[in-house]
Design a protein around this ligand. Structure first.
Ligand code: NAX
Length: 548
């Protein structure tokens, strides 16, 4: 179900009242972490007893989580090696790990010295440093599981060089033995019939989590991140997926309010729960009427695909607002589509670049209404070189824009009056979708493998990533039809209420993306995709949930 993401500062703030009341949050966090690690070890090795676990321990409470979890694993028979990376760490955590039998290697952190008599913690001779480094590398190479407890929410960007070089060397040495490209995260051995997997788990957040590519060799690439209390907003950025691995959220009893969230991650459970079903006393108008202005003499197929997916999504009625020729194609396939004018609860404009005369007629028909519009493809050009849609026919109505990166680059170049390239968009999809939503005043759905939906207040909805099969001609037309149908249905339900809050509309658009993803898992081209929408909507309406 929906998981809301919060800035780390909000999560740390929510810990405060519980800590003040004496609640041992670290015990909750480390217990859950130990359970997770135990599951991983059981799955990869069959048992915890005899497994080898290496803990990178930093200077703060993040190390505390890792060390208490390691102590729990040691009590279940795991061999634990703690690598302390600073001249201080979480004392109680380290004591607990030692009591449970952990060995400790103090990895040297200070500058090299040539004086062999200086061997205090952090200051040691080159020879001793080399030996300690070799010990750490040996331990890392034979570990079944490595815990990144270097920095958590208190971490600043940029690992100190002694840690960066350690990670770099480890990644290189693991890469030499690995049959995957994810050097250091997974080592497979075949031939003897055994298969060992090394798993790297980041505690709360991977240390030095940065969306930048630079220096990525020196950073933690986790297989899993076990995060506590609330989903940290930085973990959901698609650019950090290679560093976080799969993110697992552990509830430690914090009180967080959705209003403080900056994003929402939605998945199939949300679709199962939120997809609109016909009401027993409903009728075609209460289920929503969507107008589709899509397709042209040049691209008639876009009209067919957009209309097909809207019809198949289970909306009350679909009106074809385009040319006679497109309408004939559409009605040939879907006899229920109506060409007569009349009431509408949402309109989709733009797929297949409909001719101007139909666009003008449609804009006239929508004047003095608050009917929401979904602008796709050619219709995106209607959002012009203004700070927002204020003062245009788009004002006072919900507007959803559905660009891909190239279209968003053109749109933003117009809105911001500077050249924005699609490669810049691809380098920061969330940031640019938010920028476009804020400056246009519209909901912006940026299409991609990880589609991002941004509302004008910056709030984002991230639907789970779609299948690669969706990257095919006409797929966007299908998506526009689905979103138009859903927006029409929700708007029909709420037409006598105040307008849907932007975040709610963004959520509905997110459900549309999930329908599209589910259809994409059943089809390999856009024609079949439009048909698969009927299958998906049919399961949601008649069965109550998707068969997946
Ligand atoms: N407060 C609590 O009781 C709880 C804390 N928890 C854990 O504690 C973490 C936060 O703990 P802390 O606030 O101690 O923060 P960290 O454990 O991230 O460590 C902060 C320390 O690291 C140093 N540091 C940070 N970045 C550095 C860098 N790039 N180079 C050198 N030194 C750097 C800081 O100066 C500070 O001393 C969470 O992420 C979570 O894992 C959880 O156990 C939940 C409860």
């Amino acid at each position: 179900m929906s998981v809301f993401a919060y800035p780390s500062t909000v999560i740390v703030e929510a810990e405060r009242p519980l800590l003040d009341a004496g609640v041992d949050l670290m015990a909750r966090a480390s217990r859950a972490l130990a359970h997770f690690c135990a599951d991983v070890l059981r799955e990869s090795r069959g048992q915890i007893f005899g497994s080898r676990v290496c803990v990178f321990a930093g200077p703060g409470n993040n190390a505390g989580d890792a060390l208490f979890a390691a102590a729990a694993l040691a009590r279940r028979g795991a061999h634990i090696t703690v690598v302390t990376l600073f001249d201080r760490t979480h004392d109680q955590g380290l004591a607990a790990a030692r009591r449970a039998g952990a060995s400790v290697i103090s990895s040297p952190s200070a500058e090299e010295t040539t004086d062999p008599s200086v061997e205090a913690a952090g200051h040691c001779s080159a020879e001793v440093r080399a030996q300690l480094r070799a010990d750490v590398m040996r331990e890392l190479s034979r570990s079944d599981l490595v815990l990144d407890g270097i920095f958590g929410t208190g971490g600043r960007r940029g690992l100190p060089e002694h840690i960066a070089s350690l990670i770099r060397d480890w990644r290189h040495s693991a890469g030499a033995n690995s049959n995957t490209n994810t050097a250091g995260t997974r080592t497979s051995r075949f031939g003897t019939g055994t298969y060992t997997t090394q798993t790297l788990i980041a505690v709360d957040i991977p240390s030095d989590l940065s969306p930048a590519d630079t220096g990525s060799e020196d950073r933690i690439h986790a297989d899993h991140t076990v995060t506590f209390g609330g989903l940290k907003a930085e973990l959901i950025d698609p650019r950090v997926a290679a560093f976080t691995g799969t993110v697992h959220l552990v509830d430690i009893g914090l009180e967080l309010h959705e209003s403080q969230a900056t994003a929402e991650v939605v998945d199939t459970d949300d679709l199962n729960a939120g997809f609109p079903r016909p009401e027993p006393d409903g009728h075609k108008y209460s289920r929503g009427v969507v107008g589709i202005l899509a397709g042209s003499e040049e691209y008639p197929g876009a009209g067919v695909l957009t209309t097909t997916s809207a019809v198949n999504c289970g909306v009350g009625m679909v009106r074809s607002l385009g040319s006679q020729m497109v309408a004939e194609y559409v009605i040939g396939l879907h006899a229920e589509v109506v060409t007569a004018s009349g009431r509408m609860n949402a309109v989709v404009m733009g797929p297949g670049n409909p001719e101007d005369e139909y666009v003008h007629a449609c804009v006239d028909a929508l004047a003095n209404t608050n009917v929401p519009v979904v602008l796709d493809a050619g219709a995106l050009d209607m959002v012009g070189r203004a700070e927002s849609v204020k003062g245009t026919w788009l004002a006072e109505r919900p507007v959803v824009l559905t660009p891909h990166a190239g279209e968003l680059a053109r749109l933003l170049s117009r809105l911001l009056g500077e050249i924005i390239t699609s490669s810049r968009i691809n380098a920061d999809p969330i940031g640019w979708a938010q920028r476009a939503a804020q400056s246009s005043g519209c909901i912006v759905l940026l299409k991609g493998h990880q589609t991002v939906i941004a509302a004008p207040d910056g709030f984002c909805v991230l639907p789970e990533a779609g299948p690669a099969s969706l990257a095919t001609a006409g797929s966007g037309d299908v998506l526009a039809g689905i979103i138009g149908a859903l927006v029409a249905t929700f708007h029909a339900k709420n037409q006598h209420e105040p307008p849907l809050p932007e975040r709610e509309l963004a959520h509905i658009v997110g459900l549309g993306v999930l329908v599209h993803n589910a259809a994409g898992r059943r089809a390999v081209n856009a024609g079949a995709l439009g048909d698969a929408v009927a299958e998906v909507a049919g399961e949601l309406i008649h069965r109550g949930s998707l068969i997946e």
